[in-house]
Design a protein around this ligand. Structure first.
Ligand code: KE4
Length: 425
């Protein structure tokens, strides 16, 4: 058993002062029924907890750290920038450089606005789509998470095509009446709905590869179908690439699948571990944003120099070193190893992987929707998670999150992880 005394005493103190002891719910380890570890430091592919236990980390701050923890060039960029001050609330060269980099890396982005979180990015993109189209309805998909905006904390009403109901206390029913929720990967239901209500739909927002119900890839034709439906009915297609952006390809899922959304939301990797997100797209849409257009959106620390330095350096390293082939090789080895061990032990499983994001479901499959995901064995996952933690492997503490492989995970880390999987199962 690893020593957890300091983590547990610190977490007791945290719970006195912070709701659930955490600043974001998933960190509380509730779904795996264990007290969380207080993390003291990270370096490369590893994190160290308050008791000195070292783990190979596949959370990677929930996606941002594709280069690993405390990357020396990222740290150097932040410290060089901070010598000139930390924030001005005024335009800076860094923001111009970041904007240009984004337009170069993501084809569909002609103009971009920086914000501080993925939630802000999707909230703003939806308001922009509504302002641009003059319509109110927003379509989302069950199992996709786009941050905690009121209108998106919604789940399907009784029938798929009826309006949503709140998925959180504190969200007024009337707020989610403008949201319609459909099953992910189900074009049929949405097609019928759009036929009848199309002139009311402002936007369709989707994670092009779902990463918040575990990793669920789009079925062949699903994204193409969304594109043609939105084009046909004049709705704005929003790709929420907060996870997939710069993760599954340099240009994100839209590059990987060859689909051009109207607006793209970015986060996580774009900030290199500091608070930075963005939304961007066609100039004809983006120019509806204040102060040019009538759609208001703002932020005190948007485009903050330190966050932009960390993110810009991260993107520059990704463009310079192009780790994607190596990420593909290592991630594939991990996924294949998971499949082989589960098969060998006769454990029902489905492993989904797109690039360096992957999930292991204790579920015979197929797993193509939230409904399928819900049939997975969560108990089994909790036991597995606990055994992996014991063996020094830090997975996302939820069966419905992704594992992230980064440039700092070498063959040695993959082999050690698969050895731990074998022992855990
Ligand atoms: P933030 O507001 O947490 O920066 O981003 C919200 C968001 C938007 N879109 C997608 C596709 C996302 O995955 C997220 C946030 N992801 C969660 C879990 N994967 C972050 C972890 C957390 O909530 O603490």
């Amino acid at each position: 058993m690893t020593n957890t005394a300091i983590s547990e005493s610190l977490f007791r103190e945290a719970k006195e002062l912070i709701p659930g002891g955490v600043n974001s719910p998933v960190r509380a380890f509730k779904s795996v029924g264990l007290p969380p570890r207080i993390i003291s430091s990270g370096k490369g592919a590893r994190v160290t907890d308050a008791d000195g236990n070292v783990f190979i980390d596949f959370v990677c701050s929930w996606g941002p750290l594709i280069l690993g923890h405390a990357h020396p060039e990222v740290l150097a960029a932040i410290s060089a920038t901070m010598r000139h001050g930390t924030s001005f609330g005024a335009p800076t060269r860094l923001e111009i450089e970041m904007a240009r980099t984004l337009t170069e890396m993501v084809d569909s982005i002609e103009m971009v606005r920086l914000v501080n979180s993925g939630t802000e990015a999707t909230m703003s993109a939806i308001r922009l789509a509504r302002g641009f189209t003059g319509r109110d309805l927003v379509v989302k998909f069950a199992g996709c998470y786009h941050g905690h905006n009121d209108g998106l904390l919604a789940r399907a009403g009784s029938g798929a095509a009826t309006f949503a109901i709140p998925d959180s206390m504190g969200v007024p029913a009337r707020v989610v009446e403008q949201t319609v929720v459909f099953p992910f990967n189900d074009l049929e239901a949405l097609d019928q709905f759009m036929e009848g209500q199309a002139d009311r739909v402002a936007a369709v927002i989707v994670e092009p590869v779902a990463g918040n119900m575990g990793v669920v890839p789009p079925k062949a034709g699903f994204l193409e179908g969304l594109r043609s439906l939105c084009t046909r009915h004049g709705a704005v297609l929003i790709f929420d690439e907060v996870i997939t952006g710069f993760r599954v390809a340099p240009g994100g899922a839209q590059e990987l699948y060859g689909i051009k959304p109207d607006l793209t939301c970015l986060g996580k990797i774009i900030g290199g571990g500091l608070p930075l997100a963005a939304f961007g797209g066609a100039r004809s849409i983006m120019e509806h944003l204040a102060p040019v257009g009538g759609v208001y959106q703002a932020g005190t620390l948007s485009g903050n120099p330190l966050a932009v330095s960390a993110g810009l350096t991260t993107l520059q390293i990704l463009r310079r070193d192009n780790p994607y082939a190596d990420l593909e090789r290592k991630s594939s080895a991990l996924a294949e190893g998971l499949r082989a061990i589960c098969t060998e032990k006769g454990i029902p499983h489905t492993v989904h992987r797109v690039g360096s994001m992957l999930s292991l479901f204790f579920n015979p499959g197929p797993v193509t929707s939230y409904e399928d995901v819900m049939r997975s064995d969560r108990e089994a996952f909790s036991r597995f998670f606990g055994k992996m933690l014991e063996q020094g492997i830090y997975l996302a503490p939820s069966a419905f999150e992704a594992w992230f492989v980064g440039a700092a995970h070498g063959d040695e880390e993959i082999a050690a992880t698969l050895e731990a999987v074998r022992r855990s199962l």
